[in-house]
Design a protein around this ligand. Structure first.
Ligand code: DI6
Ligand code: FE
Length: 407
């Protein structure tokens, strides 16, 4: 069913469009049609053509674009609370991985679960994001590491929008870790599993982008480049987990493929920042992993600003390095841990998150874009990053429909 025309009124809108701070409009009005946003501006300038649309009074609340979580691993089996305990008694993330824990233990659990199990486990995770005003979620594979399980994860992710009011974008991440059966044979894994799985997933229409983990405990830039060559041949965009634990030049390599994003980036150097700037690659900042791993190396926020690299912020929701199910908390952490501004954090969870996914139809309140909004019990957009452990969402408006009135 298509929603009717509507005029949303009595709100302060952080449109995240234009050059002013937050694209803020005091006493804003937003006209929507079944095709999306038709007009947004000051209530004193409402065009005659939309003035008669049915009015929806937002009670003086704050209106923003609906949030977008552009980096999650929310489809997975099991959890890693045991590993959490290990790390608390001194083991590092890399030591846990080398001892057969880490990603590989989630692979075991994910292989054992059915597609239905994976969907059922993912629902409460996606519900928690929706309850924070999220409309679009990226979900990665990468805990299968065999052809069948990689496909199972992607199919599970693609089923979520039929069960919940949310859009899901999928990234193929078979180059996430070397499975035990390919120990010390990473190249053979790339040739025999990763690339054939990518082709099979693409044939089923399950892949929106191709991702990888470029790291000492995962794959070299040369190995990732072979996966990216296969992606390029299929016409799929790429993105990369890069410079999370060390600097291997992954982000620059990804930028050379015109990557949509490079993610984590704590160990990125200035040359890498410049390569990303030149390619228009978005930096996805993931403070949940930084926090969980008690990392001390900060991502190069200053150089990103200096060179005009757009910054997105995401949860990295995963059972190992970022068991964090809140995008609002990620925004708070981006500010408190990395000194990003609340405006950068909100842009990171809206406009730049859309950019990191190659989605041009959302992430701002502007004519021509989708009518996906979040309505907050807040006066100023800085409040969204300022509090933590508190959810000020009043309601979401998705495709012009008010869908979860919470208060
Ligand atoms: N980097 C991460 O932070 C996650 N994946 C990755 O490549 C961690 C995944 C996990 O530990 O399960
Ligand atoms: Fe990740």
């Amino acid at each position: 069913m298509r929603h009717p025309n509507a005029l949303f009124l009595k709100c302060r809108a952080a449109t995240m469009a234009g050059d002013t701070p937050y694209g803020l409009i005091e006493d804003a009005a937003v006209a929507v049609t079944p095709d999306g946003i038709l007009w947004a501006g000051s209530a004193s300038d409402i065009p005659a053509a939309v003035a008669h649309y049915p009015h929806h009074d937002l009670g003086g609340r704050l209106l923003t674009p609906a949030l977008i979580d552009c980096h999650t691993h929310l489809v997975h089996g099991g959890n890693r609370a045991g590993e959490f305990e290990m790390r608390l008694t001194g083991a590092s993330y890399e030591e846990v991985a080398r001892a057969g824990g880490g990603i590989v233990s989630t692979v075991r659990a994910t292989r054992e679960e059915t597609e239905d199990d994976l969907v059922a486990a993912a629902l409460p995770r996606i519900d928690a994001l929706i309850a924070e005003g999220v409309s679009t979620v990226e979900v990665k594979s990468g805990y299968g590491l065999d052809i069948e399980t990689e496909l199972k994860m992607l199919r599970a992710a693609r089923r979520l929008p039929a069960l919940r009011p949310v859009e899901v974008v999928t990234s193929f991440l078979a180059a996430h870790a070397v499975p035990t059966e390919y120990k010390d044979r990473a190249d053979a894994y790339i040739d025999e599993v990763c690339i054939p799985a990518l082709k099979a997933a693409h044939v089923e229409g399950l892949v929106d982008a191709v991702d990888g983990f470029c790291e000492g405990i995962a794959f070299t830039p040369g190995q990732i480049a072979r996966v990216f060559d296969a992606a390029e041949a299929l016409g799929l965009p790429v993105k990369l987990h890069a410079e999370q634990l060390s600097n291997l030049g992954g982000a620059a390599m990804a930028a050379s493929y015109g990557a949509l994003s490079a993610d984590h980036l704590e160990y990125l150097d200035e040359a890498g920042v410049q390569a990303m700037a030149k390619a228009g690659t978005t930096a996805v900042i993931l403070p949940g992993a930084f926090y969980t791993l008690r990392e001390t190396q900060m991502p190069p926020i200053g150089p990103f600003r200096k060179h005009g690299v757009p910054m997105a912020v995401a949860t990295d929701l995963n059972p190992g390095s970022s068991p964090m199910n809140s995008l609002l908390l990620a925004m708070n952490m981006a500010c408190t841990l990395f000194r990003m501004t609340p405006e950068e954090a909100l842009a990171g969870a809206t406009r730049n998150a859309a950019r990191a996914l190659g989605l041009e139809d959302r992430g701002q309140i502007a004519p021509g874009l989708r009518a996906d909004f979040a309505v907050w019990n807040a006066e100023h957009p800085a409040e969204l990053s300022y509090r933590f452990g508190f959810n000020p969402l009043h309601q979401r408006i998705i495709g012009g429909w008010i869908d979860i009135p919470l208060a």
